[in-house]
Design a protein around this ligand. Sequence first.
Ligand code: NDP
Length: 492
Amino acid sequence: MPTTYQLYIGGAWRDAADGATFPAINPVDQQPWAHLPQAGSADVDAAVAAAREAFDGGWKHTNGLTRATLMQRLAELLEADAERMAQLETTDNGKVIRETRVQMRFAARNYRYFAGWADKLHGESIPLDRPELVDFTTREPRGVAALITSWNSPMAILANKLAPALAAGCTVVIKPSEMASVTTLAFAELCEKAGFPAGVVNVVTGDGSVGAALTGHPGIDLISFTGGTATGKAISRVAAEHLTPVTLELGGKSANIVFADADLEQAVTGAVAGIFAAAGQTCIAGSRLLVQREIYDRVVAQVCERARAIRVGDPRDEATEMGPVATQAQHQRVLAFIQRAREQGATLAVGGGVPQGEAYDRGYFVEPTVFTEVAPDAELAQEEVFGPVLAIIPFDNEEEAIAIANGTAYGLVAGLWTQNLARAHRVARRLEVGGVWVNTYRTNAAQAPFGGVKASGIGRERGLHALDEYLEIKNLMIDLSSEARDPFAIRT
Ligand code: NDP
């Protein structure tokens, strides 16, 4: 029997005001397995009002230790429940269980990391030109935050936003993707259990109209969004009406660059991790593999061999390395990209279709797919596929590698594989991205900032800098003198 979930607003569980629901679909068999409320504008209004009341009514005045203690308790609850949460997320979006388990623990790690900052949000004392003026800053929570997440990693992405928001003293209204909302509602139960006051954390579920109602709401003080670049632009336009600050974590077309002096075994593993983990449905996918000409044939052969050997199947099975893509729309979109790449003349080396067999009949499966000799300006090398499709591109020298890597609209991350330390520094500096991995790929840390430049986004998540997105700086200047002054000239 599918489980029925409710909205979490003002510390209470309730159906959508008009009783509307929608089904959660399991991408392995296309069966509905949960029912979720489709919120309307009345529910969004109620959630924003609850968050405002909780913010003004006390949360913004709580001391850091209180917030930290609640966050540590939340992390403990998530760790204790990690297996159940991983199973729910895998059922919801088809991501392999071996990754969702790690993601639950990493989400908990992020709550612990930001709990550590909650009681250390001090300002600065600033010496001025006039010694009789005392000047200092305080950092204050911005207010009610709208947190909008995508379907590919709901809990991990939420932790990137909710952990710094809570540490800063903001209250939140969360809107997960309609394609994968179950874990966010299950997680709200953990927030309740941890003891957060009513209204600090609210969750509204439903389609994109819920996100639009939330981001356009005059009661929202900041927006943190993870999703597609087109939606990010739409949100920015709406936010401009209210001058609401926006953090955007958007798409990518990241280059994984292998130089001839690299440890090839490591580099090939990095290439596989970059594109076939999570069935390529990750913003940090290393979807362009740039390989230096001297080693091109060897690397292509090894990557193709590894791609052919990937175990595709039920993501709940621990042996499975790649599950289905998450939705029917995604399935069609990925296959259409493959079709166009073939028509446009890229060489299909591995995959390119739907795996055959009874186990795959009802799910949204795509074969691990590798195209070689892809032109740097081809659609496959420019557009985000968000699926298990790798474009391999040869290059001759450092200069050309940098030009190809920078030659897309995106700028999220890049991977560099080289044993030459000077080259690693030289190339990393010139890459137009928010993060560079050298001799590793898809490695995350709570302390390290993450985010993109160009069409990949605005702002940073994780690490100390993430807190700035949720805090305002207030300056206080105190005149210790009783000097007479000219009221018609500014004092400096
Ligand atoms: P979307 O942009 O379609 O959706 C993201 C979220 O925004 C969902 O919750 C969605 O709701 C909601 N939404 C849709 N329309 C609006 C609107 N007009 N106003 C406000 N919110 C809205 O992205 P996907 O969920 O399809 O995720 C895939 C995309 O996300 C990829 O392009 C990927 O690159 C990017 N991504 C980026 C990451 C990063 O950190 N940089 C991480 C993960 C993904 P609903 O789904 O219910 O329509």
